[in-house]
Ligand binder design. Structure first.
Ligand code: HEC
Length: 210
């Protein structure tokens, strides 16, 4: 347990080749840190889908290396990778059913060991965002999304931008901490449409704030 905790702390503090400079903790190389994470999670015994959760992809590796502040050319490269991964709805329709979107925004199920693969995975948006003013429990890591559509006059370009944001937030903020819901197949295109309706339908409680 202690080993796991140390490994997780090191992973969180991750950055350049010799960057884990935290007072009281030893200075270690990126390679050593990666090894500690693997050891902590018994990497060799994990099924491939869980190994994939530990292996950093190019975006994560670059954001780690530059401590989430990549120079402009690296940021542009990451943003392009993200943009190229986005699949838009073929029929050009971005809005689904806001009630389903509300349920998905509240739902934090999924991506854990032992989860039922047949159960709907949620977006867990409230973990980081305020949305409907009727929901009092929300996190503040991300900006408030209260009255999101109303404040943008339900503009079609704004809807498309929000689709991009949810599908892959790194397309606009290279080292965003928001999950890449579409690219990482957490949510389907239909799920994202429902959530967009929750943000953009004038009837949605998100837009009926005082
Ligand atoms: C782990 C925290 C986290 C989760 C979960 C999360 N977000 Fe975010 N979100 C952020 C952060 C941080 C930002 C601001 C940085 C950025 O733009 O990438 C953000 C930005 C946004 C923006 C752009 C806001 C603006 O400035 O106009 C939208 C829209 C958004 N999130 C929607 C969602 C939706 C919908 C969900 C659920 C499907 C969600 N987020 C889940 C952290 C999160």
């Amino acid at each position: 347990m202690r080993r796991l905790l140390v490994a997780s702390l090191l992973a969180l503090s991750a950055s350049g080749a010799f960057a884990a400079e935290i007072p009281g903790l030893p200075k270690i190389s990126t390679e050593r840190r990666e090894q500690l994470v693997r050891d902590g999670f018994r990497y060799d015994k994990l099924p491939p889908e869980l190994r994939a959760r530990i292996d950093q992809d190019e975006t994560q590796r670059l954001c780690t290396e530059y401590r989430n502040e990549p120079p402009p050319e690296v940021a542009a490269h990451i943003e392009k990778l993200a943009r190229d991964s986005i699949v838009f709805p073929q029929d050009g329709n971005f809005l689904g059913d806001w009630k389903k979107g509300e349920a998905l925004s509240l739902n934090g199920y999924g991506l854990r060991m032992g989860d039922d693969p047949k159960r709907q995975v949620g977006g867990n948006c409230y973990a980081c965002h305020e949305m409907s003013p009727t929901e009092l429990s929300y996190g503040t890591l991300g900006p408030s999304l209260k009255a999101y559509g109303k404040l943008r006059d339900y503009d079609r370009e704004a809807i498309k931008e929000a689709y991009i944001k949810i599908y892959n937030p790194n397309a606009t903020v290279a080292c965003s901490t928001m999950p890449r819901f579409g690219t990482n197949k957490i949510l389907s295109i239909d799920d994202i449409r429902h959530i967009l309706a929750f943000l953009f339908d004038p009837e949605s409680p998100v837009n009926r704030a005082e």
